[in-house]
Design a protein around this ligand. Structure first.
Ligand SMILES: Cc1cc2nc3c(=O)[nH]c(=O)nc-3n(C[C@H](O)[C@H](O)[C@H](O)COP(=O)(O)OP(=O)(O)OC[C@H]3O[C@@H](n4cnc5c(N)ncnc54)[C@H](O)[C@@H]3O)c2cc1C
Length: 279
């Protein structure tokens, strides 16, 4: 039988994890409870984070918005601050699973689960997020672009918890976009998921950031595409170039949800369409 430890504050949670880094952190449990029944190994002990108040909530500062790890996607999707500052994240939150999942699933769980198809992850990449990890040694700030180090592997140490994510407030005039391609509108894991942030100054792209999921072993920031597109005039030609460069930059795989060919095709189309939103 699985043992559950239920700390009531962050200090207690970190100290329990420090004493036993084999404890499995548990938030909404929407990933932990649905592991493959064949391969499922019983978890020896879980660290239930749901009563740790410090890990939950959205706080707006002058330069950044911080979202606690156990904040649910329902809370993120209905936050006026997130909608105003980070509409791409609000949109992603509202298409993760269905309402029931959004009421339980947390941002920290989506990040730590580290699925290449995790819908919030490309958004965090284009928003230049910083992940704040906590342990008994204090806090460690990790640029989100350095967090996903391999297929379902992250930069988090076993003695660390994800404490929060810090999102720098974008320069006024920045446009954000998010698109997920799945089998259905709801309750569908992405075949391809794309996030973009762009800003136009005097007809040219002063900023252009692009990230995608489900097209590589980790969610990816498409830095080479960004470098080729930044500085160009906005318009059909640039949008089409962005799409074809994105397609050339990834090597998706065939799996139960889609084929490599469809993923590459869909990525090109979606990148083109999102980039057209900058006109
Ligand atoms: C029906 C269904 C539909 C779904 N649809 C989608 C979808 O459309 N898009 C999508 O991206 N995902 C989807 N998911 C996956 C899942 O809901 C998300 O990944 C969710 O965000 C996980 O959060 P959680 O709080 O439930 O994590 P949990 O299941 O509690 O934990 C997941 C992992 O994160 C670790 N963890 C949790 N919190 C922390 C923390 N603070 N610090 C360190 N480690 C931590 C846990 O140890 C575990 O390894 C779906 C799942 C189901 C069951």
């Amino acid at each position: 039988m699985t043992r559950a430890l239920t700390p009531s504050n962050l200090r207690e949670a970190l100290s329990l994890l420090g004493e036993d880094p084999g404890l499995v952190p548990m938030a909404g449990c929407t990933d932990l409870m649905v592991t493959d029944p064949v391969e499922r190994v019983e978890l020896p002990a879980v660290l239930d984070l749901t009563r740790v108040r410090e890990l939950r909530g959205i706080r707006r500062g002058k330069e950044a918005l911080e979202i606690g790890a156990t904040t649910t996607f329902s809370e993120i999707g209905s936050s006026a601050d997130v909608e105003e500052l980070f509409p791409a994240l609000a949109r992603a939150a509202r298409v993760i699973g269905g309402w029931q999942i959004q009421n339980r699933a947390t941002l920290g769980g989506n990040i730590a689960n580290a699925s290449p198809a995790g819908d919030s992850l490309p958004v965090l990449l284009v928003l230049d997020a910083t992940l704040v990890a906590a342990s008994t040694n204090g806090e460690r700030r990790i640029p989100y672009t350095e967090f996903h180090v391999g297929y379902r592997r992250t930069a988090l140490e076993p003695s660390e918890l994800i404490d929060r994510v810090s999102l720098p407030i974008p320069v006024p005039g920045s446009v954000q976009a998010f698109r997920k391609v799945g089998t259905r509108e709801a309750q569908a894991i992405s075949k391809v998921v794309v996030a973009m942030l762009g800003r136009v100054e005097e007809g040219k792209l002063a900023d252009y950031r692009l990230a995608a999921g489900s097209v590589a072993p980790t969610p990816v920031r498409l830095a080479e595409v960004e470098d080729s597109i930044r500085g160009r005039s906005v318009g059909e030609e640039t949008a089409s170039l962005a799409g074809s460069l994105a397609r050339a930059a990834v090597k998706p795989i065939d799996d139960v949800r889609s084929t490599a060919t469809y993923r590459a095709f869909a990525l090109e189309r979606v990148v083109r369409r999102l980039t057209l939103q900058l006109i």
